[in-house]
Design a protein around this ligand. Structure first.
Ligand code: NAI
Length: 254
């Protein structure tokens, strides 16, 4: 990808970037020319993923260790990325968890884990990165919501509530930062066959139930997340802020 969507000279930080959609987005931003850092909790996993991405893309991917629920760790990780690249132009808040439970069986610690990761984690990462974007007068923040930012689904109370909140964080920060050269947008994926959906993927009935919501009737292919993230990360998307870009096979149109 080049031309309109060329990211040469830009630097990107992707949370949860060592697996699934995060890894794919890290790959696509690097292929579009960006210098990329991926953040994950496990040192060995993030180093390994960064090495593999470096091989695949021909660009050095920098691994940083951190838990998005821990403000101190994220400040330190952001400091490391800045020490390496000197700036962060693009922040992809991708780290997330899903625990499916009917209302009577929701465990407090699961609720807290979902909320801390999916909501507080996005706030913590924005809080750490925005001052640097403000100083630069430029930034692209891309939050990863979900189709469940927009519609409900049984047994996902915590997850859907958290992803609804991600969309509201997106809109609020889009307004707050609109005059700073910083755009804030949300990608809302439908079902992709990643680790977060392992329990559904292992159960054909659950899998069929989920796909019944999707007019296209299929899982998203990982490469189908690439163009949306590169577009929102690009200078070409300069007048696009506060939006939800659904990548969901038509789920939320139905
Ligand atoms: P995944 O399970 O492979 O990725 C989640 C990543 O977040 C993992 O790398 C995990 O280690 C990381 N993570 C979790 N808690 C963290 C923490 N406290 N600190 C740092 N990293 C942490 O699954 P996937 O699908 O790649 O998920 C990526 C994002 O996409 C998530 O926000 C998820 O909610 C969202 N999403 C995924 C959909 C799907 O069908 N796969 C659909 C809609 C949204």
């Amino acid at each position: 990808m080049g031309g309109l969507f060329d990211l040469t000279g830009d630097t990107a930080l992707i949370t949860g970037g060592s697996t699934g959609l995060g890894r794919q987005m890290a790959r696509s931003l690097a292929m579009a020319g960006a210098q990329v850092a991926i953040l994950s909790r496990r040192r060995d996993a993030v180093i390994q993923a960064a090495e593999a991405l470096t091989q695949e893309t021909g660009r050095t991917t920098v691994p940083v260790v951190g838990d998005v629920t821990e403000g101190g760790q994220i400040e330190r990780a952001v400091g490391e990325v800045l020490a390496h690249f000197g700036k962060i132009d693009i922040l992809v808040n991708n780290a997330g968890v899903n625990i499916r439970e009917p209302i009577e069986r929701i465990r407090d610690e699961h609720w807290r884990q979902i909320w801390h990761t999916n909501v507080t984690g996005v706030m913590i990462c924005c809080r750490a990165v925005v001052p640097h974007m403000r100083r630069a007068g430029y930034g692209r923040i891309i939050n990863i919501g979900s189709a469940l930012s927009l519609v409900g689904l049984a047994e996902r109370t915590g997850y859907a509530a958290s992803k609804g909140a991600v969309l509201q964080i997106t809109r609020t920060l889009a307004v707050e930062l609109a005059r700073e050269g910083i755009t804030v947008n949300c990608i809302c994926p439908g079902p992709f066959a990643t680790e977060i959906n392992r329990l559904v993927l292992e159960d054909p009935a659950k899998s069929a139930d989920l796909l019944a919501h999707v007019p296209m009737g299929r899982w998203g292919r990982l490469d189908e997340i690439e163009a949306p993230v590169v577009f929102l990360a690009s200078r070409a998307a300069g007048y696009v802020t506060g939006v939800c870009l659904s990548v969901d096979g038509g789920w939320t149109a139905a």
